[in-house]
Design a protein around this ligand. Sequence first.
Ligand code: G1P
Ligand code: ZN
Length: 543
Amino acid sequence: MSIQTLSTSPFEGQKPGTSGLRKKVSVFQQPHYLENFVQSIFDSLEDFRGKTLVVGGDGRYYNQTAIQTILKIAAANGFGRVLVGQNGLLSTPAASAVIRKLQAFGGIILSASHNPGGPNGDFGIKYNISNGGPAPEKVTEAIYEHTLKITEYRIADTADIDLAQMGETLVGEMTVEIIDPVTDYDALMEELFDFEKIKALFQSGFTMRFDAMHAITGPYARSILEEKLGAPPGTVINGVPLEDFGGGHPDPNLTYAHDLVDIMDGDNAPQFGAASDGDGDRNMILGPRFFVTPSDSLAVLAANAHLVPGYKDGLAGIARSMPTSEAADHVAEALDIDCYETPTGWKFFGNLLDANFATLCGEESFGTGSNHVREKDGLWAVLFWLNILAVRQQSVQTIVREHWAKYGRNFYSRHDYEGVDSQAAQELMEKLYSTFGHLKGQQFGSHVVEYCDDFSYIDPIDHSISTNQGMRIGFQDGSRMIFRLSGTGTEGATLRVYLESFSQDTTKHHLDAQEALADLIEQAEEIAGIKKYTGRDKPSVIT
Ligand code: G1P
Ligand code: ZN
């Protein structure tokens, strides 16, 4: 073991965001940068001597190099055992599943989620705690504080190990076990879902495409969908994980999952389409020429959960992030269970799941999950849909339309203004905050403001308070408009405008969301002066 002393206080500290530390690969390649951060993680933890750590990543460029370094630092710091996915691979939900199953002390996940990879792309590192979920803010803050004052790190002076070779090796005195990244996750999915029914569905000729976007879910989807459930080979497309995701942007939305969208819009579209992101925690659900919004998807899963073995005894509650549509609230009301509204970011669901206040949770940003792990889970959502399709024997579109007929439709859209000037975005938000005291009762188009606030959240379990989580405006007709600045962007600021209206009139349910929301979109401009502040007359991305 050797102790490396840093000559200068490094890098002005490394501040992990809600999803860990994400930077360009070249930043991570600076001498001592990764080492500094990993030592700072360990310095902010207690009593881990001899205990087990789980390590794996989404396979992007620098994944294996980083893992070799992490193993040596873990050994020098006294961990007893580290489990590593073969070839350094573990999807984010699979890492969470392994941490929980083996009751590990924690885990380190290497990923920049849906951000592009490769030598010029992004890399990321995140620490998860023993419940399998992302470290809470007090831990990430402590890590950051350590990065500001760190002067040395401990690293074992050992050779790199073979990450492809299954089984155990030693790094210093620490045991490293290379595990199959898929096995534990597969087993968990098999416990939750009716594999026999889904198998029968495929046997009956049901067609599907799963776009793994050359990211981590390829091996998982092939193993589960094609090998276990008998979907024909070719069901999984872009199934080989590549260090640069084939040059693509592994984000499962209508813009980036274009291979899948083209197939689903085509003449011979399969009956079901789905995609997942770089690290496997996001999902997109499609029918032939039909897009299921993530907000609707959460509501449909909740309404049909009783059809799925893992959830047949009912849901304790549902949780959704504040900007996610209220579709799930209508289901919760019908089921007579609570629906929690949390700030944006998966970490806010952790306590609710741990305390069994909520069973299902979701975000509008293509994240859906449950209490089976403590991360959102892309393939899980796809299997949940498959289980429902296998039981109901109806099309995706019919299931969603029947859902709207029963609960009403929450028309929904998110407008992103990416890469805007940070100061201008700040000014726009400040202007909004300064006016919201006067908005109540005012009329915008046909909508009268019922409430308006700067969203804050008190965690019902630990009572921690999160403020400044976005400006929320609710109208008397049930529509909502939310303005917030992204916390994950890397260039300038991203303004997100979330728009929602509610209709129980089935004759209107066929409308396109942009059409149905046109008036609200106009009023958003009226209220916030987006054009004036950002200089943009239209969003860069519409979802
Ligand atoms: C975005 C999404 C949010 C998600 C986060 C991490 O954050 O909106 O729902 O939890 O990525 O995947 P944002 O950029 O809006 O802060
Ligand atoms: Zn992700």
